[in-house]
Each structure stands twice: as structure tokens, then as C-alpha cells.
Design a protein around this ligand. Structure first.
Ligand code: 13P
Length: 248
């Protein structure tokens, strides 16, 4: 079965609640699609107004992070169940900015992935190498380590339903996109890793996105690669261009 393309915006720490609602209104007609799944991953405080603003459209809402504990004394954190109850369907886990600035490690991300599934959320699990790692030729070793550690105890059926985002750190917010060949090569490597860990059917089903300076002019070529099933889009998801990326 062919995989359905999924294009998700990662708003990062942008958009106040009122700006968020305005953006949803502006993008509404531009992001319409029958063939592509469209997701807005938004800051926690924007979730409730955005869920309301996209009602009746093809847009699904995602969170940018969550905590793995059920409930209790974890000041400042948001649980998977809270997200689910608010109308969230997807959650980004392990974005490189969380790994780097907030020191989230693979063992923590593994707990988050499992908790997201438990609550009925679809994880968008991020992985990616630094420029130094690429130059040292350890890209695939590093990414395989991330994927394997983050998926400990995750079942094949769960993996089939999830999304993995390959985001080379050096391409994020830099305007420096990975070449189509580089992006395809790593996304295929991730699929091969899933095949080794699980089986061919699981590898065939899992959707793998590319992220890192995706824009209206490079989306078609990137998303046209055999192992790239869409994109995780930062900066360009906050403007009208996102409609062009969705309808690449
Ligand atoms: P940019 O599209 O701004 O490079 O960000 C990519 C990203 O980090 C998406 O999660």
C-alpha cells in the first residue's frame, strides 16, 4: 500500500494565541488537500485555540513536546492525556532543539514515544546528525543509534502508524537544505534500520519525513524521493508558502 504523504508545520516558539488563530484563517484555503495529511504542531498555549480554528478543515493538530509521566508533581509539564483530551493527534518527540537545549536523552525520548502511543497520540520522532558527525562520516551510525534507542519496546504495529522525521541539524533554520541525494540516502537508511529491527512490512508502512530548510521551491523534489514521505517544516510553515509546500 502506498504511503500517504504527510506535511507537518513545526511552529516552534512562535505565534501568540491570537496570532495563531489568524494564521489558521490565512492558511485555511491554501492547505486544502485530499492527497496529503496536513498537521500544525503548535506551542502548548496555542493548542486549544488552534484546535477550534481548524475545526471542519483537513488540518490536524500536533504538539511540539510532552512529558512521559501520567500526572502529578511535574511543574510546568504537559501529559499525553492532556494533549489527547484537548484534541491533539500528533506529537513531535526528540526534536534536535529539545535534545540540545533541554538535554533530552534517548532513554527519556523512548519513554515519551511509548507514553504517546499509550494515550493514542501519533509520535513524530525526530533524528538527525550534526555537521561534525556528517564530516566524520558517522551520520548513519548515529541515526541508527537514535532510532534503535528511541524505539526500545515499541511494537511493529505501533511503528507502522508513526512518523519519523530526519532532520540534519546543520540544515535546520540555516537555509542550507540537504541535497536530495543526501536526504533520500538517510531516509532509506532509516527504513532499512526499521526493516532490520522489525520486518519488511513495518519498514514499508512507516512514514519518514525530511526536515531542514524545506521551502516552496525544494519541496517537490525532496518529497518526490522514494523514501521521503513528506516534510517537517519550520520557518516556512508560518507563511502562505506552506500552502505551496502542501500542494507541492
Ligand atoms: P526550518 O524549516 O526552519 O529549517 O526548521 C526545520 C525544523 O526544525 C522542523 O522541525
Amino acid at each position: 500500500m502506498a504511503r500517504k504523504t504527510i506535511v507537518a508545520g513545526n511552529w516552534k516558539m512562535n505565534m501568540t494565541p491570537s496570532q495563531a488563530v489568524k494564521l489558521c484563517e490565512e492558511l485555511k484555503d491554501l492547505v486544502k488537500s485530499d492527497t496529503v495529511d496536513v498537521v500544525y504542531c503548535v506551542p502548548a498555549i496555542d493548542i486549544i485555540p488552534v484546535v477550534e480554528a481548524v475545526k471542519g478543515t483537513n488540518v490536524k493538530v500536533g504538539a511540539e513536546n510532552m512529558y512521559y509521566e501520567e500526572k502529578g508533581a511535574y511543574t510546568g509539564e504537559i501529559s499525553a492525556e492532556m494533549l489527547k483530551d484537548a484534541g491533539v493527534e500528533y506529537v513531535i518527540i526528540g526534536h534536535s532543539e529539545r535534545r540540545d537545549y533541554f538535554k533530552e536523552c534517548d532513554c527519556m525520548l523512548n519513554k515519551k514515544v511509548k507514553k504517546a502511543f499509550e494515550a493514542g497520540l501519533t509520535p513524530i520522532l525526530c533524528c538527525g546528525e550534526s555537521l561534525e558527525q556528517r564530516e566524520m562520516n558517522v551520520t548513519m551510525d548515529w541515526i541508527r543509534l537514535q532510532i534503535k534507542s528511541d524505539l526500545v519496546g515499541v511494537t511493529a504495529d505501533q511503528v507502522k502508524s508513526m512518523v519519523i522525521a530526519y532532520e540534519p541539524i546543520w540544515a535546520i533554520g540555516t537555509g542550507k537544505t540537504a541535497t536530495t541525494e543526501q536526504a533520500q540516502e538517510v531516509c532509506k537508511g532509516i527504513r532499512d534500520c526499521i526493516a532490520e529491527m522489525y520486518d519488511a512490512a513495518t519498514a514499508e508502512a512507516v512514514r519518514i519525513q525530511y526536515g531542514g530548510s524545506v521551502n516552496a521551491s525544494n519541496a517537490a523534489e525532496l518529497f518526490g524521493q522514494p523514501d521521503i514521505d513528506g516534510g517537517l517544516v519550520g520557518g516556512a510553515s508560518l507563511k502562505a508558502d506552506f500552502g505551496k509546500i502542501v500542494n507541492f
